[in-house]
Design a binder for this molecule. Structure first.
Ligand SMILES: [Fe+2]
Ligand SMILES: [Fe+2]
Length: 285
């Protein structure tokens, strides 16, 4: 066993559906489950190593904090393209000027004027449609990382909250819990631990306690599969050559996103300020 493949008990218990579920298992079932948990993570590491990749440890990633002029949790509307190690990818190290928004902005306006290119969201939604998922889940996929425009850290919670007044409870649930589920394999639907997380979080990363608890909660919820479907259609290595237009989803948005007539940001909900902040991220105060 790889020495860097550290796991703690809570993480394994959470992956098995919580303390009660573990109590119900006999000794053999527990051993099998542990084996499955470890092999899921180990497979991701081994597959990556085969391709010649090495991943940093949590400590190595933490060491880089004070080499940056920003924090990794900063929302993407407030910073230049964060891929600063790769200027060839078109990163200029500057933010771009934003076009003015209409007086009564719709969700589609945000996709056209604030979120571009939004390729990850659009391609995830297209994949969900291709996979025959319900319109609600297509919408959840379209919006699943919308929180990242405000804040990367805990983006599932930011994302669910910002859309909560306008979507069904089920869509908000799927968005909120996709964040935690991303850390936990589900072989029943072919979902593995993402290789990208080994790079982003470190090869020996253990999800934070609130993420472990959210996983346990979601795993036992009647809408578990809705949140899980967001993770299985969550394309983290998207194809730069595939162009998807938001117009492909105006029908789904029209049916399942309750667009306020005053415009997002002007409708006096508990999250209106979040939309206003995305309208004017250049505001000094
Ligand atoms: Fe996400
Ligand atoms: Fe995503």
């Amino acid at each position: 066993m790889d020495a860097r493949l550290n796991v703690n008990r809570e993480e394994v218990v959470a992956s098995l559906g919580g303390e009660e579920a573990v109590q119900r298992m006999d000794h053999d079932a527990r051993a099998d489950a542990l084996e499955e948990f470890l092999s899921g993570r180990l497979d991701a590491i081994v597959a990556a190593r085969k391709r010649g990749k090495e991943f940093p440890t949590v400590a190595e990633i933490a060491d880089k904090v004070d080499t940056r002029g920003y924090r990794r949790g900063t929302g993407k509307l407030f910073m230049h393209d964060r891929n600063i190690q790769n200027p060839e990818a078109g990163n200029t190290g500057k933010v771009r000027k934003l076009a003015p928004m209409p007086e009564k902005p719709t969700l589609i306006d945000f996709f056209k004027l604030r979120f571009p290119p939004a390729a990850h969201l659009l391609q995830s939604a297209r994949l969900a449609r291709k996979n025959g998922l319900s319109e609600e889940i297509i919408l959840a996929c379209l919006l699943h990382d919308v929180g990242q425009y405000l804040c990367y850290a805990d983006h599932g919670y930011w994302g669910a909250q910002v859309v909560e007044p306008y979507v069904s409870e089920r869509v908000a649930f799927a968005i909120r819990y996709h964040q935690a589920l991303r850390f936990y394999p589900d072989p029943s639907v072919g979902y593995d631990y993402p290789e990208g997380y080994l790079l982003m979080f470190g090869s020996d990363y253990v999800p934070l306690p609130h993420v472990q608890a959210a996983y346990t909660y979601a795993r036992n919820h009647k809408w578990y599969m809705d949140a899980r479907m967001v993770t299985t259609n969550d394309l983290y290595s998207f194809d730069p050559n595939v162009q998807v237009d938001i117009d492909e989803f105006t029908d789904v948005v029209g049916r399942h996103f309750k667009q306020p007539k005053e415009g997002l940001g002007n409708d006096n909900t508990p999250v209106s300020h979040m939309w206003r902040t995305m309208v004017i991220p250049d505001a000094p105060l």
